[in-house]
Unconditional design. Structure first.
Length: 339
């Protein structure tokens, strides 16, 4: 592919929390899915990391928007601006010029026709000439390195920011799937509620996210315990500054409800699985992908609860993006891609 060839091919993992773009097998963008827009003119000010730095700190002339909620486009115009902004950023980084692009974009397996159309339209408006879509669990399976065309059952649990996608894959198709709107964002909300209710301290989305990353745990007892995380914020009553140490045990209690719902969804997907494929899954184990797979103790908790070994993908955050990249190289071979 020459530097100025007329068609450029990019793979996009359009996530609720992060957007990843792959070009020529290289990750050229891996940034938060957020845009900052000037209120008066509706002009894009910043996208990705720069926009995230403004989140929660903007004045009335600027607003930050996360265009995707629960894995689908909630704000069409902002989504289009974001995709376009990232594509432009990627082309300056890798110095490629592209009048027409072929794109493969990951979408939730529970996406409706309307939601799929919104992704397609946003991608086309951002410069995509040929837009293909792939269901995220299928992309995650490809990214993990599974042979999705084999006559063998594999189960993927992809815990993203907005949705948890659970799918059983065999012979290049999704045999049974479950998509629930409980994922990373819900754990963040649980933590915000907990801090408000228990410690009387107000924390923003960004701080709750940091608490989750530093002391988030699916178990109340960890083999390698982590130190308490110190949170600074205003007291809800007096507005005076507070310093609160937060332990992994209390965060485990605060997110218990959401984790139980993910557990129940995995069990429900297993119930719908044909017996021959169920036997394969017991033999191969279940693969965890997405940012939520990094939650401490989650694989152990699910293994103990369900009795099937859970494996965390090698690079859980990048599994869907890598798989979208694999799909891009095999457009002619994979009949499961959606036009």
């Amino acid at each position: 592919m020459g530097l100025f060839s007329l068609t450029k091919e990019i793979a996009i993992d359009l996530g609720t929390a992060n957007t990843i773009i792959i070009h020529n097998d290289k990750i050229v963008i891996d940034e938060p899915s957020i845009v900052a827009i000037e209120v008066r003119t509706d002009k894009l000010i910043a996208v990705g990391k720069e926009a995230q730095l403004m989140q929660g700190k903007e004045h009335e002339g600027i607003k930050t928007i996360r265009p995707l909620r629960t894995g689908v486009i909630a704000d069409f115009k902002a989504a289009e601006m974001m995709i376009r902004g990232f594509v432009e950023k990627a082309s300056t980084k890798s110095r490629w010029f592209s009048p027409s692009m072929r794109m493969v974009v990951g979408i939730p397996s529970g996406a409706s026709e309307v939601e799929i159309r919104a992704v397609r339209d946003s991608s086309e408006h951002a410069g995509g000439r040929d837009v293909y879509m792939i269901y995220e669990p299928m992309a995650a399976a490809l990214g993990i390195g599974l042979d999705v065309l084999a006559p063998e059952g594999n189960m993927i649990v992809d815990i993203g920011g907005g949705t948890t996608e659970i799918a059983v894959i065999s012979l290049g198709g999704i045999v049974s799937n479950k998509s629930i709107k409980i994922a990373g964002d819900d754990l963040t909300n649980d933590i915000q509620d907990h801090m408000r209710r228990v410690h009387n301290v107000k924390v923003g989305e960004r701080t709750a996210e940091l608490i989750k990353m530093n002391v988030g745990s699916a178990l109340t007892e960890l083999e390698n315990p982590v130190d308490d995380y110190i949170v600074h914020g205003p007291n809800q009553m007096s507005a005076l500054p507070m310093e609160v140490p937060v332990s992994y045990q209390e965060i485990s209690h605060s997110i218990e409800k959401s984790i139980s719902k993910i557990e129940a969804a995995v069990l429900s997907a297993l119930e719908q699985t044909p017996p021959e494929l169920y036997a394969d899954i017991v033999k191969n184990g279940i693969y965890l992908a997405g940012g939520g797979a990094q939650l401490r103790g989650l694989d152990k908790r699910l293994t103990d609860k369900i009795g099937i070994q859970f494996h965390i993908a090698e690079d859980p955050l990048l599994a869907v993006a890598k798989g979208t990249g694999v799909a891009l190289k095999n457009i002619d071979k994979f009949s499961f891609l959606i036009r």
